[in-house]
Design a protein around this ligand. Structure first.
Ligand code: PMV
Length: 311
């Protein structure tokens, strides 16, 4: 018997970084890219093993924690400990079409798919809040001080208006949003930019606090514009949000160049998305301009693009 579960990628539309400091942010699932976990029964007497196909890694899940444990091993133990069941000897294949370490939620999605598949295979009913809390524990272990937005949007697989520590709110999308998601090809760990923004805030609390407030106000306006389907206004809010992220020193020359290329090719607006200094950017485009914007961003140096329509 084989049990499968999946979880989507995600993208942050507005409010990254400020969300760590209590401001609202907006994120949406990217169902076109997904992580999948397939649980097979193990050999009698064997140990639990996870094959992380994209990382070309075999992870042995030991009953006792070790410092070198992979996040997926820690997640598996967390699940069985939470439900008070013994560690099974399953053989689990985890694979994903979400680009790794580029701000599209690959880690949260792999953990979510794994925990869903394991709980199904163990006949455990796990409610969505418990699942979200467990995935957040893993995010905290491996990503410093995450706001929790990544695991929330991946686990709920719904657009979220997220404020740290508050119940999630979702919202309707008034008109389809055509997005080009572009990967700079530059790896930039989120915990580093989050740490740098925190240090900047400690040095200049007034100036940086005011930037966080303005980003929060953009997220609130953006939610209204998404509900109303006012894509042109959303594009302008993206431009403003990107400028504020630049003021937080989390953009880069390449991100600025790709954002400018998207806007010259006809996007309503574009901004970096996620941790910044590398990773991804998003451009909101009229449907007829999507291909042109995607080509322009690639010609300006992006490694690859994903087209997504949110509706
Ligand atoms: O790099 P990503 O897409 O995982 O985004 C992180 C978003 C931040 O606001 C920068 C950090 C956080 O934990 O919310």
């Amino acid at each position: 018997m084989e049990v499968t579960a999946t979880a989507p990628g995600k993208i942050i539309l507005f409010g990254e970084h400020a969300v760590v400091h209590g401001q609202p942010a907006i994120a949406v699932p990217l169902p076109a890219v997904r992580a999948t976990a397939v649980v097979h029964p193990g050999r009698p007497g064997g140990r639990m093993m996870i094959i992380a196909a994209n990382l070309a890694r075999t992870i042995v899940v030991n009953a006792a924690p070790r410092r070198s444990d992979h996040a997926l091993a820690v997640a598996s133990r967390l699940l069985v400990e939470h439900f008070g069941v013994p560690l099974p000897n399953f053989y689990v294949l985890v694979h994903s079409t979400i680009p790794v370490a580029s701000g599209l939620g690959s880690g949260a999605a792999a953990t979510t798919a794994l925990l869903r598949a394991l709980s199904k295979a163990l006949d455990i009913t796990i409610d969505v809040e418990t699942l979200n809390a467990l995935v957040y524990e893993i995010e905290k272990l491996y990503h410093g001080t995450p706001s929790g937005i990544d695991n929330t949007v991946v686990v709920y697989e719904q657009p979220v208006y997220f404020v740290r520590g508050q119940p999630i709110e979702t919202f309707a999308i008034g008109a389809p949003l055509h997005l080009v998601v572009a990967d700079t090809g530059v790896a930039s760990p989120t915990h580093v930019t989050v740490g740098d923004v925190r240090a900047l805030f400690e040095r200049e609390p007034q100036r940086i606090g005011a930037i966080f407030d303005r980003i929060g106000s953009i997220s609130r306006q953006a939610r209204e514009k998404i509900v109303q389907g006012d894509v042109a206004a959303l594009g302008r809010l993206m431009q403003q949000n990107h400028a504020l992220l630049r003021d937080l020193a989390v953009s880069s020359a390449l991100l600025d160049k790709l954002v400018a290329a998207a806007e010259s090719a006809g996007a309503y607006g574009a901004k970096l998305s996620g941790g910044g200094r590398g990773g991804n950017l998003i451009a909101l485009t009229p449907p007829e301009a999507t291909a042109r914007v995607s080509e322009a961003i690639q010609a300006a140096g992006a490694r690859r693009t994903i087209l997504a329509t949110l509706s």
